[in-house]
Design a protein around this ligand. Structure first.
Ligand code: SF4
Ligand code: ZN
Length: 335
């Protein structure tokens, strides 16, 4: 999809969310920021109309503000950026590369996790490698196969209790932390956008999971054994992340993973998108409510070490080891 097809599909220019034929023949209003160039994007939650350069600039300023608001980076941080090859993570990489220029003692390194989803992840990693080459950023890939001896294709093909994403999420969190440790990073930046954060808030509420809600802080928690995770894209709506990627003109993967996200997240995504359309700003409100709740909770500590692998955990055995045990049992009963 190119920018004009994408713009047609979601109606960037119109204030109502769709472009009417009469509007297409009219000259778009001028940008509310520079007042010189024609606007290409209407931002419903602020009422601004922005031209391409002012839109990119405003998004970069927002990410910089988020970084300083949550004290995400230090002047000499070595930041591992988790990149999947999708629009969000490559957009974040471009922005951090730009911002890094202001901090000469900081370092940026990209890490990708290969979950082993054939026909999907290989293409994404090739795109990620190409982007890193262009930006001159060191890139490391760590695979589930090397780290755990399994692939998502293997897990998905076996009988199992949970959705593929439930396994993938746990293993990928561990793999990303391990990748960040291996490159000696003191920060791990991931590209969760505002939509991801609002959806996760709702999912945690629907599941009654207060602990996960408390861990949602975008500035990350200082936990022993974990590289501090930061989410500089947490206030960037998905729609704006997509527009940024198109305007920057970098290639990104558009194919969805064949193990589609869980049904409940899809329901929540649909609900939030409908609410946002009716009441612009809903996603910010949902996410900010989670932040207010997390500030009232005591800081989560991870005091134990897993009896099997020695990684930090709240129980006796970590989730990764529980999953590996479950998979070994299924495999054993098959053979
Ligand atoms: Fe993993 Fe699910 Fe994402 Fe696919 S959609 S990469 S299985 S979390
Ligand atoms: Zn373990």
């Amino acid at each position: 999809m190119n920018l004009s097809e994408f713009s047609d599909s979601i109606g960037f220019i119109s204030g109502s969310g769709s472009i009417r034929s009469t509007e297409l023949s009219e000259t778009p209003p001028l940008c509310s920021k520079c007042g010189r160039r024609p606007s290409i994007y209407y931002r419903p939650y602020s009422g601004e109309r922005l031209c391409g350069p002012c839109f990119k600039e405003s998004l970069r300023e927002r990410v910089e503000r988020t970084i300083s608001k949550y004290d995400m980076l230090r002047f000499d941080s070595r930041v591992a950026v988790g990149i999947s090859g999708g629009k969000d993570s490559l957009g974040l990489l471009h922005m951090l590369k730009d911002i890094e220029g202001k901090y000469p003692r900081s370092e940026l390194v990209a890490v990708s996790i290969d979950e082993g989803v054939s026909g999907y992840r290989n293409e994404a990693i090739a795109i990620a490698t190409e982007a890193c080459g262009r930006l001159g950023v060191e890139h490391h890939v760590l695979s589930f196969r090397d780290l755990f001896g399994v692939t998502m294709d293997g897990i998905a093909s076996e009988p199992r209790e949970l959705s593929p994403c439930s396994y993938c999420g746990v293993l990928r969190r561990r793999a990303l932390n391990e990748a960040a440790r291996r490159v000696d990073a003191d920060r791990l930046a991931t590209a969760h956008n505002l939509d991801d954060m609002a959806q996760t808030t709702m999912l945690n509420v629907l599941r009654g999971d207060m602990n996960r809600l408390a861990l949602m802080h975008p500035g990350g928690n200082k936990l022993p054994g974990f590289v501090r995770r930061v989410k500089p894209y947490c206030e960037v709506p998905e729609r704006e992340s997509t527009l940024y990627a198109y305007l920057m003109g970098f290639r990104f993967q558009e194919l969805p993973c064949p193990y589609a996200p869980e049904a409940m997240r899809n329901d929540v995504r649909g609900f939030l998108n409908r609410m946002e359309e009716k009441r612009p700003g809903t996603k910010f409100i949902v996410y900010n409510t989670a932040l207010k709740l997390t500030s009232k909770r005591k800081v989560i500590t991870v005091a134990n070490r897993c009896q099997k692998c020695g990684e930090p955990t709240r129980g006796e055995t970590c989730r990764v080891c529980q999953i590996m045990e479950e998979l070994a049992k299924v495999h054993h009963s098959d053979s």
